[in-house]
Design a protein around this ligand. Sequence first.
Ligand SMILES: C[S@@+](CC[C@H](N)C(=O)[O-])C[C@H]1O[C@@H](n2cnc3c(N)ncnc32)[C@H](O)[C@@H]1O
Length: 278
Amino acid sequence: MRPLNSDTNYALGRTSHETTRLIEQSKIYGKATLRLCERAGISTGMRVLDIGSGAGDVALTVAELVGKSGQVVGVDVNPAILETARQRAADTGKSNVEFIAGDARTINFDEKFDALVGRFVLMYMSDPVAALTKLIPHLKPGGIVAFQEPEYTLYPAYQHPDTPLMNQLYQWIIEVFEHSGAHLDQGMGMYRTFIDAGLPAPQMHLQSPIGAEEKWRGYRYMATIFQSLLPLIEKYEIATPEEVGVETLSERLRAEVLLSKKPFFLPLHVTAHACLTD
Ligand SMILES: C[S@@+](CC[C@H](N)C(=O)[O-])C[C@H]1O[C@@H](n2cnc3c(N)ncnc32)[C@H](O)[C@@H]1O
């Protein structure tokens, strides 16, 4: 078991660009998050804890779901990004959500929660099982646990010889996350994470947004991932900025997809949910 303070280097950085990228990402993965929360049983009046809130997208989605009689508490280790989350909550008139800065694994809360949610966060924690084990005591009996995490290890099964740029991009993503210590298999790994943390076997779904149309937002989104990853790609000497070519990446990707007629898929993600036994 790795100590809590040996977390991965957050490969995507802490810039304002990364905050914008998270908001853009939510436009792509947000519907799956909503479906996960609904399937998991999150509903009106519940009190929900969101781990690794970032710019607040999951917390804001859940705030809608639990309504005015419910409450959402979002936690993030990065205090700066929570300023954006708070502003977005205020802008949308959501008074049932609050954000707290700190490490979700060590914060104490006055009241227990009906549900615990998180998106794209366990993969960055040194030991996801230890993290979940620390978080579960904040739940009431019968409480819900719902996470959505990416899965990169299945990528080789999807390679097409006529989409070399797509192949190269996934290769770089895998290399940079490997160097940073992130869990590339956290999506599929959630089964083990849940079981080893003492939860019942989770219900799981594997999904990926895919697209091939000319105006698909996925090409630009992929370029924003590389803009965030570039500092570490350079630091680990995986590729040079010229080789990555962030400025033209979206266009080159679109051209490759249109030519190959093979849909481009964004990082696969897995949702998992379970309930504590009473
Ligand atoms: C990829 S972002 C995802 C943000 C948000 N869940 C979303 O889907 O838009 C991961 C977030 O988790 C936060 N994080 C990582 N480890 C954390 C921890 N131990 N406690 C609280 N937040 C953490 C990071 O600061 C970052 O903002």
